[in-house]
Design a protein around this ligand. Structure first.
Ligand SMILES: Cc1ncc(COP(=O)(O)O)c(C=O)c1O
Length: 390
């Protein structure tokens, strides 16, 4: 029998009808767009993420675009981000007219390398064609990037910092969420994410009151918000019928918010379970693979993926498939090698780490409901691989 890579039905059953009840209430409640569940979930999410504001939106891609739009990032601007990430991280940059600059990652954590970031910024400054504006750090596979070092680089050059926590929301560094260092944290509620809904969804978190209003406006067609009004001024109609800026339609559905309210209640517990599973995997897999995941000192991963390295990665994948164990490769083609993105700049020194690990990484089944017997089945199958070896 083939195992599920991520078993979301096990979670649904464990929650014992709570999700189905929440969906039914959202349906009968009738406030299907921006209903009370959206407000409640935003408050719950802000509390969980220790943020002054959490704003739901349609997906984790829009969540990245919204702050860039709010900051007026556009033609002639450079946005620095890793190449070893999902398309969305870079995709939103050309939307604004700006250009991504791809930076290499740390060989142990796969997250943005602060020294390579510094070098990339200096190279862009020296060339003089683009103006450095924003850094997007990604919490790849669930663990936080090196935010203290990345923030220091941003401060040195006057750049904004976005934490793309689509894979890592809930992860911490020295007990702090990425927002402790970043101007904005974004996340995705795509179903496979550790905090996922039953469709598409996303959120932006920030402590910046002014930015929160800008994003609230942009997500609803540039609607008028409190900061647009002078003292005593009022608009007596639906605010979305007064457009103060060029916005978009990017709202979190009420039904998805209702699901997320239930899932957030157990998310902290699930992170602990995932951490326990990863520790057990680490101990048992270490002798059989080239590398088990390495988390930054003081970091806590939420284990969106459990990713190992193997010298015969494709051989291992074929072997595991034959044993009924699904695997995934994130990411075989990094952004700077993608046809649509190959023309954009690369940080000084190229991307040697990215190009090495793309051939070695492979992710194994990981979810909060993975029991020990199933973990052992995965471990035994990896140990049984007689390929080129680790
Ligand atoms: C690192 C990263 N950023 C952004 C996104 C975009 O999220 P969404 O699929 O909700 O648009 C994803 C989703 O897969 C992601 O992995």
């Amino acid at each position: 029998m083939t195992l599920p890579f991520i078993d979301l039905q096990a979670q649904r059953l464990r929650l014992d009808g709570a999700i189905e009840r929440a969906v039914a209430e959202a349906v009968t409640g009738g406030a299907w767009v921006m209903g009370p569940q959206v407000r409640q979930f935003e408050a719950d999410l802000a509390a969980f993420g220790r943020a002054r504001h959490a704003l739901g939106c349609a997906n984790g891609t829009d969540a990245l675009a919204l702050p860039l739009m709010a900051w007026g990032v556009g033609v002639g601007d450079a946005v620095f981000c890793p190449s070893f990430t999902f398309t969305a991280t870079a995709e939103i940059v050309p939307w604004t007219g700006a250009e991504p600059v791809f930076v290499d990652v740390d060989a142990r954590t796969y997250n943005l390398d602060p020294e390579r970031l510094e070098a990339a910024i200096r190279a862009v400054q020296a060339e003089g064609r683009l103006r450095p504006r924003v850094v997007i750090a990604v919490d790849l596979f669930g663990q936080p990037a090196d935010y203290p070092a990345i923030r220091a680089v941003c401060d040195r050059h006057g750049l904004k910092l976005i934490a793309d926590s689509a894979q890592g929301f809930g992860g911490t560094l020295n007990d702090e969420h990425p927002l402790h260092w970043a101007d904005v944290t974004t996340t995705s509620f795509f179903p496979a994410k550790p905090l996922g809904c039953y469709g598409d969804g996303g959120a932006v978190l920030t402590d910046d009151d002014d930015l929160a209003q800008e994003i609230d406006s942009l997500r609803v067609h540039g609607k008028v918000v409190a900061k647009d009004m002078t003292e005593g001024q009022a608009f007596e109609h639906d605010p979305k019928y007064l457009a103060m800026r060029i916005g978009m339609n990017s709202r979190l559905d009420t039904i998805q918010a209702a699901i997320l309210i239930e899932k957030l209640k157990v998310f902290g517990q699930e992170i602990e379970w995932r951490d326990r599973i990863a520790a057990r995997y680490n101990e048992r897999l270490a002798p059989h693979v080239a590398a088990v995941p390495q988390v930054i000192d003081g970091g806590r991963s939420i284990w969106a993926q459990y990713t190992i390295e193997h010298e015969d990665r494709d051989g291992l994948a074929a072997h595991l498939k034959a044993e009924g164990i699904p695997t995934a490769v994130y990411y075989p083609v990094p952004m700077h090698m993608q046809p649509a993105y190959a023309g954009f700049a690369r940080g000084a020194g190229g991307l040697p780490v990215t190009e090495l690990i793309r051939e070695r990484v492979i992710s194994l089944p990981m979810h909060a409901d993975l029991d020990e017997a199933t973990q052992d089945r995965v471990v035994e199958a990896v140990a049984g691989f007689e390929g080129a070896g680790a």
